[in-house]
Design a protein around this ligand. Structure first.
Ligand SMILES: Cc1cc2nc3c(=O)[nH]c(=O)nc-3n(C[C@H](O)[C@H](O)[C@H](O)COP(=O)(O)O)c2cc1C
Length: 488
């Protein structure tokens, strides 16, 4: 049984990755777990559209039965589930019988804080399912239009069901919802272009489910006269826009690029994304801007120009409309000393490096990092460096820029660069993988020993430099001490 605590979606997926010994790929606001081992095959992706709305997408077959015991937090989120293929069994902690969530059925579950629910998934069945997780408290007070609308819709559901806690709703078999669930499931990309495609489908999916819950909410029901291959071509548009982000991207430029009439282009974009072409272009520009603010030290004016705007105030207005926060405020939010930022990378040591050179790096780092409130770990293993540094963003990013320029290593590949809610290392715990293969992590008064040698055990020389291996090490290090791995 996999015991999961209802935490941030990313932390939950990290727990999955450790439990299944799976690879986890992360990007801003999205992550995907890739399973290809004795436990099963496929992927689980999550997309956080904004705080308060996350989609979990299963596209996976397990080789043995999986029972998840989900402990509910005080946030009381709403789960909207839909299985395009496969089914699931669910029961609350105080129940003896499981209830079947059937293929094609709308399913809504609202938790009761402090209780838990079990979800059972059989082996050998392909799950193509989508769960939308909405946390009303996180949507509150937002000036963002989509969020305000969502909060209103949820309130209406909540009013209907406030007498029952926890709440579970099994709807009819509903093919309309399935159209949108299928788009979400088939899209395996987690970069910003993939996320935008998912965003449109999620909004439609949620509307369809709420509608099916007998509310008087009307969806815009677009029936495009486009074939599947034409729609799939439209999904390529996002890449084109991103690659030409500082150009003038008019409807006529874009329809020429696709070889479609402007009408067809407009109908397709509206169906997939729920926006006009111009709004969609602006959304891609805003997502790129957001990523640049998040991942670089560039000023808002520079970023405004880089994503194709000459007027800073126009840019700020559009950014505010999309994310409900001004770009300058969003940038400032990463420079609070309380907010943790992490960079982890792997690199290859230069040929001439010997043990005493490595020791020198460690000595200098210990002194500098302590001064700058940076913690983390450096692993030096068979000529490969893996380092995780964490601390205030204003310290971490400049340090990383400096490290990248250091001639004592080459081929630096960033594994992850982003915020996280906690510090993994309490102190600067620089570890060279020693003879016993152990890495110590001190986390909240506990010292956790990780046997990396065991982890890297069956890895051949070529795999030592692979991204996947170090991605796995990073996930394990971050989850360490927070998940108990029981038998599968
Ligand atoms: C693999 C590797 C990891 C490093 N990690 C750190 C570190 O965590 N902190 C640090 O201050 N310097 C680190 N350095 C060294 C920096 O690149 C740089 O040489 C050092 O910070 C001294 O810079 P300064 O002379 O500007 O103070 C690392 C170098 C390498 C090759």
């Amino acid at each position: 049984m996999l015991g999961l605590e209802e935490k941030s979606p990313l932390e939950m997926l990290q727990q999955f990755a450790v439990y299944f010994d799976a690879n986890l790929e992360e990007s801003l606001g999205a992550a995907t777990l890739i399973l290809n081992n004795k436990h099963g095959e496929g992927s689980i992706s999550l997309y956080e559209l904004f705080p308060g709305l996350t989609a979990w997408v299963y596209n996976i077959t397990f080789n043995s039965e999986l029972v998840i015991d989900l402990k509910f937090s005080s946030d009381r989120p709403y789960y909207f589930g839909y299985h395009v293929s496969g089914f699931q069994m669910q029961k609350f902690a105080d129940e003896t019988e499981y209830h079947k969530i059937r293929q094609g059925q709308n399913f809504i579950l609202i938790s009761e804080p402090g209780t838990s629910s079990e979800f059972k998934m059989s082996s050998g069945i392909k799950f193509e399912s989508c769960y939308l997780i909405l946390t009303p408290s996180l949507l509150k007070g937002s000036s963002h239009n989509t969020r305000k609308r969502l909060e209103q819709n949820l309130k209406e559901i909540f009013l209907q069901i406030s007498g029952e806690r926890p709440y579970r709703y099994f709807g009819d078999i509903d093919a309309h919802t399935g159209t949108f669930a299928e788009i979400i499931i088939k899209n395996t990309r987690i970069d910003l272009v993939g996320r935008l495609l998912t965003e449109g489908a999620i909004t439609n999916l949620l509307a369809a489910q709420i509608e099916a819950h007998d509310l008087d909410h009307q969806t815009d029901n677009f029936q495009p006269k486009l074939t599947k291959s034409e729609l799939s071509k439209i999904t390529e548009l996002g890449d084109y826009i991103r690659d030409n982000i500082d150009d003038k991207l008019t409807i006529s430029v874009l329809s020429k690029y696709l070889g479609f009439s402007p009408r067809k282009l407009q109908a397709g974009v509206r169906f997939l994304y729920g926006y006009s072409v111009n709004e969609y272009v602006s959304n891609v520009r805003m997502e790129v801007a957001k990523e640049l603010i998040y991942k670089t030290n560039k000023s808002v004016s520079e970023i405004c120009y880089m994503v194709g705007y000459s007027s800073r105030s126009h840019f700020s207005n559009l950014f505010y409309k999309r994310f409900g926060i001004l770009p300058s405020k969003y940038k400032d939010s990463f420079y609070k000393d309380t907010l943790m930022y992490e960079v982890s990378y792997r690199s290859i040591a230069s040929d001439k490096l010997n043990e005493s050179d490595v020791q020198q790096i460690i000595d200098v780092s210990r002194i500098n990092n302590k001064k700058n409130n940076i913690t983390g770990s450096l692993i030096y293993y068979k000529n490969v460096f893996f380092q995780l540094i964490e601390g205030p963003k204003k310290e971490v990013l400049p340090l990383y820029d400096k490290i990248k320029e250091d001639e004592r290593h080459t081929d630096v590949i960033t594994m992850w660069s982003g915020s996280k809610p906690y510090r993994t290392f309490e102190k600067w715990d620089m570890s060279i993988l020693s003879d016993d293969g152990m890495l110590s992590i001190q986390h909240q008064d506990r010292v956790k020993k990780l046997n990396l040698e065991h982890l890297l055990g069956e890895i051949d020389e070529n795999a030592i430099v692979s991204r996947n291996l170090w991605r796995k090490v990073r996930t394990i290090i971050n989850v360490s001490g927070k998940v108990s791995k029981s038998e599968l």
